[in-house]
Design a protein around this ligand. Structure first.
Ligand SMILES: [Zn+2]
Length: 218
């Protein structure tokens, strides 16, 4: 009788092991799947009208984004930069006059960057740590002079070229995946409209909007 019981137990155990090998129980970390993350980034602002429209739309949706500002565009729009900081957006540098850094001497290029950092610091009391070089052209020589992280992008709907809300929105929604950085420009009405529609659609699809800092350091 005892032998029979032991045999039954062994049999059940073996069956259990075979079952588990075939249908493994997912680990807890698999079950609680992390939200898909994506970063919206906006270049060339601030723009009095469209950056404001965008900031209000993002605030309504409680969404964080990253803004790469042109230094010379900041003057007179300090309130917009304040709102960016207040709402938890990340503020980065896009040079002072939107120059191609790879074609400049080191001193001039550094001045473009430092002037912009100063303009941002004067409002936010924080020195930006991230830079997006205009045209995606970084000057490697600057790495030793400028202690900033260069941020490029994964998804480029060429919003500046098409200025077409639907086209820009559809391109991003179709091509985006977890961990992507999306490039847009908050100086066009169509781009801002597309951005807010992208937020609504991707939120429905389970995406969480984070700053580039979170994407890069994840
Ligand atoms: Zn630009």
């Amino acid at each position: 009788m005892k032998k029979g019981l032991v045999f039954c137990c062994v049999l059940l155990l073996a069956a259990g092991i075979i079952y588990l090998r075939k249908y493994p129980v997912p680990a807890v970390s698999d079950k609680v799947q992390e939200a898909k993350k994506v970063a919206l980034t906006f270049d060339d602002g601030p723009h009095q009208k469209y950056t404001k429209l965008l900031l209000d739309g993002l605030r309504e949706r409680n969404v964080k984004a990253t803004f790469f500002l042109i230094g010379e565009s900041i003057q007179g729009k300090e309130e917009l930069v304040e709102q960016m900081k207040e709402d938890g957006h990340l503020i980065g540098n896009h040079t002072y006059t939107h120059v191609q850094l790879s074609k400049m001497g080191k001193d001039d290029a550094c001045a473009e960057i430092w002037k912009t950092n100063t303009a941002i610091y004067d409002i936010t009391e924080q020195i930006p740590c991230f830079i997006r070089p205009p045209f995606g052209e970084w000057n490697e020589e600057l790495s030793c002079a400028v202690d900033m992280s260069v941020v490029l992008w994964d998804i480029d709907p060429q919003d500046w070229k098409y200025k077409d809300t639907k086209r820009v929105r559809d391109y991003v929604v179709k091509n985006v995946s977890d961990g992507d950085i999306i490039l847009l420009h908050d100086v066009y009405k169509t781009s801002v409209e597309a951005a807010l529609q992208i937020v609504d659609i991707l939120t429905e699809e389970g995406y969480e909007f984070v700053t580039v800092e979170e994407i890069i350091f994840d």
